[in-house]
Ligand binder design. Structure first.
Ligand SMILES: [Zn+2]
Length: 306
């Protein structure tokens, strides 16, 4: 794998609060302890080491507009979206803090601090960087960081990977992107999908490892992640209660990061892209804390039953 060589050279700094930063290789993540924060030297990418098989990736919450990288402008490669997913870093941090306070466990986190104006970590490299050399470096730093975190988190068991986003759609609910479109979800719900569909979803590795639950269960069953969220008071689709978006309703199926890191190259990983609505979830410190509590409860129920 080409990525591996660049991974070995990737240099990270360990940040000791305001004290002197120490240079470490990301391949040495194993030497650090849960709760340590590592950053690339440019301040583009931040990693917080965890100690449980849960990884939160936060690619669109960054506000750092590094002036050395031009604003993305390459419509020839596709639709260039530059909007920030407001407060997603704060939401993910609240989730991590709650896990630690209540359960003395920490999910791993990979956070893009670099603004989406400069690099979109959730796109393939060309559209992500518009071929800017520094942008490419920043994209690689993020993707290599996720790879390194997965390699470290593996010791704790099968990894549940969540790519954290924010949507501005009309229907106020969590959109769970299993790399399946609204139409595919409707087919799956009615058991009209072909056998080719489950292996293209973001739970493919869970299914092929012979997990207790089948494809339909993982999306719509009693212990599907969405079903448990609904039961705990947070609207989510797909779920038993809200199986799939209706025709004409906007829905995010999951992007590049989710597809890449739940594919066969990462056989110990399964997961989902979660698009969070704003009001009541991401908007205030209090709501983020409240959601973090619900999230952790849902996570434990989910892990216990799959
Ligand atoms: Zn996003």
């Amino acid at each position: 794998m080409k990525k591996l060589s660049s991974l070995l050279y990737l240099v990270f700094f360990l940040v000791w609060g305001s004290a002197t930063a120490q240079v470490v290789g990301i391949q040495e993540l194993a030497k650090y302890k849960s709760g340590d924060t590592l950053e690339d030297k440019e301040g583009w990418v931040e990693v917080i080491k965890g100690d449980m098989p849960l990884v939160l990736s936060v690619p669109h919450g960054g506000t750092f507009k590094d002036e050395r990288i031009p604003d993305r402008d390459c419509p020839e490669f596709g639709r260039v979206v530059k909007g920030i997913d407001r407060n997603t870093k704060e939401l993910a941090m609240a989730m991590q803090e709650h896990f630690y306070q209540k359960y003395k466990k920490r999910p791993y986190m990979v956070i893009a601090n670099l603004s989406r104006f400069k690099v979109d970590q959730n796109r393939e490299i060309q559209l992500a960087t518009c071929n800017d050399a520094l942008g490419i470096k920043a994209w690689n730093n993020y993707h290599d960081a996720v790879t390194a975190v997965i390699a470290d988190a593996r010791q704790h068991g099968k990894i549940f990977f969540i790519d954290v986003h924010g949507h501005g759609h009309k229907v106020q609910r969590l959109e769970l992107g299993y790399s399946l479109t609204a139409k595919q979800l409707a087919w799956a719900y009615n058991r009209k999908n072909t056998p080719k569909m489950p292996p293209t979803s973001s739970v493919a590795n869970y299914l092929s490892a012979g997990g207790k639950r089948d494809f339909h269960d993982m999306l719509f069953g009693e212990y599907a992640f969405g079903t448990l969220l609904e039961k705990n008071g947070v609207r989510a689709t797909p779920s038993m209660q809200d199986p799939h978006p209706q025709e004409g309703e906007a829905f995010f199926a999951g992007g590049h990061i989710t597809r890449k890191f739940t594919a066969k190259d990462f056989p110990e990983v399964f997961g989902v892209q979660i698009e969070f609505h704003f009001r009541g979830i991401r908007d205030t410190d209090e709501n983020r804390k409240k959601f973090a509590e619900t999230f952790a409860k849902t996570y434990w129920e989910f892990i216990e039953h799959i």
